[in-house]
Design a binder for this molecule. Structure first.
Ligand SMILES: NC(=O)c1ccc[n+]([C@@H]2O[C@H](COP(=O)([O-])OP(=O)(O)OC[C@H]3O[C@@H](n4cnc5c(N)ncnc54)[C@H](OP(=O)(O)O)[C@@H]3O)[C@@H](O)[C@H]2O)c1
Length: 243
């Protein structure tokens, strides 16, 4: 079974951080860029974030624009994509907006050994799936494919992006660069260390750039599927026309 088309999406500071290390979350992007992200969500069947992002951000991960929600309904899809996360500890608050907001499927992947415990804590709010001794992103995307997911959007954080990139499971990267520095070594980075397939001698393909107010979007093609399966990006095309 073919795995979903995987798009990684995030916004980072000029020095490569996703957030600050302080209790207060940093807003990296701007309203026009949030609207682009909303379009990308609307084009996805599932949205995945790491457990730290659920704990820190309490994200709703819903399609916001009414016309996009209606378009999805007209296409026979739920108003918003399924939500997906992964955890080993199982420390996920059941009252997080990730679980409580939106009448959509919520999936939690965990190692098989923690399944009973985590299911006990979260089965009222999500479907908890055990995947092997340790969860790999290859197993996650294979399971999502079996559940009918054709397009997966991965919205961070860095630990999750690192695994998708190092395991060569990403087809596209939409990376926004915000015009400021974080400057705190304890803050989460866009990626951690890893054996990435793209190196100085095997460079990734920069497919498009787009200025969105005071941020810039860099769109990288990371697999051959980008050229055959990337949508004629409404998000970027519409935006360029508007700006
Ligand atoms: N600027 C942006 O666009 C953006 C986007 C998203 C997030 N963020 C920020 O990024 C920060 C979080 O990033 P992060 O890199 O620290 O963490 P993360 O990637 O969000 O989550 C890491 C956690 O996910 C779970 N996990 C990941 N891979 C796993 C695997 N293979 N098996 C089992 N569990 C796995 C573990 O949870 P357990 O500890 O529960 O086991 C791990 O501690 C937050 O500050 C957030 O606000 C920013």
């Amino acid at each position: 079974m073919i795995r979903p088309y995987v798009t990684l999406s995030c916004a980072m500071s000029l020095d490569g951080y996703l957030d600050s290390a302080t209790p207060r979350k940093l807003a990296m992007s701007n309203a026009a860029d949030f609207d682009r992200v909303d379009q990308l969500r609307a084009e996805s069947d599932a949205i995945m974030v790491g457990a730290s992002t659920v704990r820190r951000d309490c994200p709703r991960l819903l399609v916001r624009a009414e016309e996009r929600r209606l378009r999805r309904l007209a296409q026979g899809k739920p108003v918003s994509p399924s939500k997906v996360t992964v955890t080993a500890t199982g420390e996920l608050p059941a009252d997080s907006a990730f679980f409580t907001e939106g009448d959509v499927e919520k999936l939690v992947y965990c190692p098989q050994a923690g399944l009973d415990r985590i299911r006990g804590a979260l089965s009222d709010v999500a479907t908890v799936v055990g995947l092997g001794a340790t969860v790999t992103m290859a197993d996650v995307v294979a399971d999502l494919a079996r559940r009918g997911v054709k397009r997966l959007m991965v919205e961070g954080g860095g630990k999750l992006h690192t695994q998708f990139l190092a395991d060569d499971l990403a087809d596209e990267l939409q990376l926004v660069v915000a015009p400021f520095f974080v400057g705190e070594s304890r803050a989460p980075r866009f990626v951690e260390a890893g054996p990435f397939p793209w190196t100085a001698s095997r460079r990734a393909t920069l497919a498009a750039t787009c200025r969105i107010g005071d941020v810039v979007l860099l769109r990288y093609a990371l697999s051959d599927r980008f050229h055959t399966e990337a949508l004629e990006s409404e998000s970027i095309g519409e935006l360029s026309a508007r700006l």
